[in-house]
Each structure stands twice: as structure tokens, then as C-alpha cells.
Write a protein that binds this ligand. Sequence first.
Ligand SMILES: [Fe+2]
Length: 561
Amino acid sequence: MPLTRRKLLHYASALSAASVGGCSEDASSSEGSGTDGGSTGPEPSSSSSGAPMTSTAVDESSSSTGFDDGLPEYEWEGEPGPQTLFSHGVASGDPLADAVILWTRVTTEEAGALQAFFEVAVDPDFEMRVAAEYIETSPERDHTIKLDLQNLSPGTTYYYRFYTQGRVSPIGRTRTAPADGVERMRIAFCSCSNYSGGYFHVYRRIAERADLDLVLHLGDYIYEYAPSPADVRQAEPPNEILSLDDYRTRYATYRTDLDLQEMHRQHPVVAVWDDHESANDSYEDGAQNHDPEFEGDWNDRKAAAQQAYAEWMPIREGMPGLIYRALPFSDLVQLVMLDTRLAGRDLQADGTDDPEVLDDPERQMLGMEQEAWVMEQLASTDAQWVLVGQQVIMAEVLIGENPINPDQWDGYRTARQRFYDMAEMVDNMVVLTGDIHSSWAFDLARDPQGDYDPETGAGSVGVEFVTPAVTSAGFPTNAANAALISNPHLHWAELTQRGYVVLDIDTIRIEASWWWVEDVENPAGDEERFASAWVLEDATRHLVEATEPTEPPADPPPLAP
Ligand SMILES: [Fe+2]
């Protein structure tokens, strides 16, 4: 792409504010939680194998012409290594106003440490670099590389790539969080991407949207099951995953998918796990799909699952195993990501409608530490919108008089009442949910069958949007009418389709639009169509239907070539 005068001026303004935050694993490196004004979460530790490498780098503001940036160039003498060295693509995530996580993996069987190199620029031709450095990776972290690149400029699109053994990775594109005063953001969110269940058309459609600032993945990024002859695609290894090696191999299978690689290559992703990154219907001390008699100690399996997640996902972590965290996007959005699975959840109350169990105040969904942390987040933010990315449906869902799923917040009703109390501390609480492989839009009514008013939203503390799955099967027929009849705070539901949701956020409203793909079992079934859209106006705590999706902004930053 030629460097036009307009682009040069744009890049120069980004560069003049930027200094280089290179990252290495050498003796001078220091580990930290990010930068001033950055994400908050449990305090970090240097013992996490998936923790990003960070270091303080020299100020390169003198590179603002871009033609003699003083940064190292990649050098390699001799025959290049195999062409397959970057078979798992590149990724970025957890953007702050001045930092972002960059990720890749070297695909190799080598037993020792490997040298690699990365470079970052504000243009896709790498004429205006802001960072470049040699780094190392090793089998101890499954040859993954994770960098916390710091001292970047807010609201800026960056391009990055890695080198090793004379080979270069695909070019990734990422974007930092905006500075205060930004008036619009576009965020896609998705969940439940079972490789065995179909093709990742949803990821491809998300990748093609140059107008997105960010993608949220709300969990079930992988599934733990053993392959079955009925699978659309066969995942490795050929068994239910239990060991660290198994979990790593399963991530490696998923990341060979070119549609998934493309989504990561084009957009920063903020991810949390749901149950299947460990085992079905997991909670802090076990899982429905874990039998300690035959599958070993749950804590060993959970630790293996968490380590592989940390290695393979572009996530900025706190303490090992703790992924709940908050990311500010100027004064427009405070993004709060929760862990309703492994941090503090008690065993599901399966098979009971006993109110003494469902209303037991001792039964935890988040755990007391995470709940106290949420309280701090909501008490201290003055962002226009609080987006809470989490796993299971929060709103009450009855069929007749009975809750349909004790794995959802319906099984932890007093914990939910406490969350609703906290939600009322902010004007605009927007809960984003995955897990259930279907499309839903709710007002978060405290007492849906009581004093809640479906016309005005009176009695609601916020709203909830639920994304359909990327591939995982929904329900065989659309039984949504039964749910709509029993739940006056449920505005819309559809239970059979796969797809994703786009949030268009400005200073006075959020519009959520649902997009469905044609057929995930057909490699050619990748067409998408608009399904429905719902709007939350400022301080109404109530959804109203929209007739069509919003227009994307003109002239978004170019996709990575
Ligand atoms: Fe799922």
C-alpha cells in the first residue's frame, strides 16, 4: 500500500505520542499488570506460565519520520526453517489506551528455547515502526509467545508480525482503547465455538468487519469432549482432554482453522472461559463431566486447563487462574469481564426446585472475593455504559412456573439479587452472555412476575443480550414462544440459529444487532443475514426493538493485508 501524505500525517501524529514498549524475556525484564490507568483485576504473579513478557523499552520518539527508526531489523543467516513455523497464526487482546497483548506460537517439535523477533508499526507496510525486539520462547510455554506491548497511543490501529528461523508470520492488526471523549465504539461478541460441530463461518464474518474496535469471546472457545463419528470435523487429540498436553493439543487444532486465525489476525479479542475450556458444567471444585474416580484429581485437571488457556489466549492475567478483570474504553465504556465458573461457583442445584436451596444466600456464583471486586468496579466507574461480559443467562427464565436451567443464575437466586443491587449503582448496566447457543434479549427485571412493567421497563435494573453459538447446536425446534409467554421481561428469543451480535455504542444509546450464518455444517454455507436489533437508551434500563442495524462508520482503518 503506498504511503499517502494524508496517511503520513496520521501516522506521524500517532508516532509523536508513542514511545516503544518492547517486551523481552531477558534478565532485565519485569512483569507487571499493565500500565497506569490500565486494566484492573487480581494482582499479578510472575509464576504464571501464560503471563505476558513485559519490559521497559527505550523512548523512540525520534523515529517520527519513520525512515531511520533506530530499532533493530530482523536478521537470519542460512537456510530458513520450514514454512509451517507460524501455523497457528497471530492474535492480540486486552487493549488498554496505552498497551495491548500480542500473541503467536512457533510450531515446532524442538526441545529447547527458540529465538524470535517482533515488530510493530502504525502502517501495514511497516514503514513507521514503533517497536521491534528479539524475544525467546520455549517448550515450557508450549512455544507460545505473549507480549504486553506498552506505551502506545490511544485509539490507534497498529500492525504487527513475528519472525523466527528466517520465516515471517502473517501480519496482525490491533487497536488500543480510545482516549476520553470518544463518541462511538463497535464491539462484536460471540461464544460456543465447537470445532467438531461445524465450520467457523461466524469468525470469518467477524474478521471481515473493518468497523469493529474489539471482539469479545464469552467462552466455550474449545470443547473438551472426545471426538465422535458424528462430528463434522475431527479434533485432536482423539480422546476427552484431561492432561496439559491434551488441552494444548486441542487449542492447536482449533488454531489451525483459517477462519479463527483470521478473526484473531484482524481484531483484538477480550476473552473469558466458560465451562468447556475445562469440562462441562464446571464449578470451583468439580464438573458434571469430570469423574475423579477415573479422571484424576479435579484440581490437577483444572490447573492444566487454566495453564493451556493462559498460554494460548491473548489475555492479560492477574493471579494464575483468575481471569476476571476490567478494561476501560475511555469515559464511554467500562468493560467488566467475569468468571462465573472456576473462581467461586458452588455446585449446581440440579434436579431441585426447592426454594431453600435456590435462595440459599451461602450458595455462590462469583465467590465472595470476585463479588466484592465487582462492587468496587461499579462504585468507582463513571463511564456512560457498563458492559459485563460473562457466561450464563442472568435473567430469570421460567417455563410455566419452573426455572429451566439450574446452571444459570436461576440456580443462584440470592447471589443474583446481590448482583442486581450492585447493578442499580450505575445508570446503564448491560450484561453480555454466551453459553446457551441461542439468541435472547431481556430486561433484567427484579420480579418479572410481580411489579415489573414490560411496557416501560419499570422494575428493571439493566438489560441482557445473549449471543447464539459460533457452531454449537442450539435447540432442535424454536420453542421460544413458550419462553416468551412465561417471561414478560424477555423481549425476543430464537433458539435454532448460529451467529453473533454487534454492539453499536454511542453517548446516548446502544443498539445490539444479531447476525446469523446460513449453515455451519456446510463449508460453503457462510452467508450471513441480519436477524433482529434491540436498543437501550440512556438510563432507561429497558429494551425497545429497532427495525434495522445501524450503518457502520465510514473509512475504518484498513484490514491487515
Ligand atoms: Fe457452549
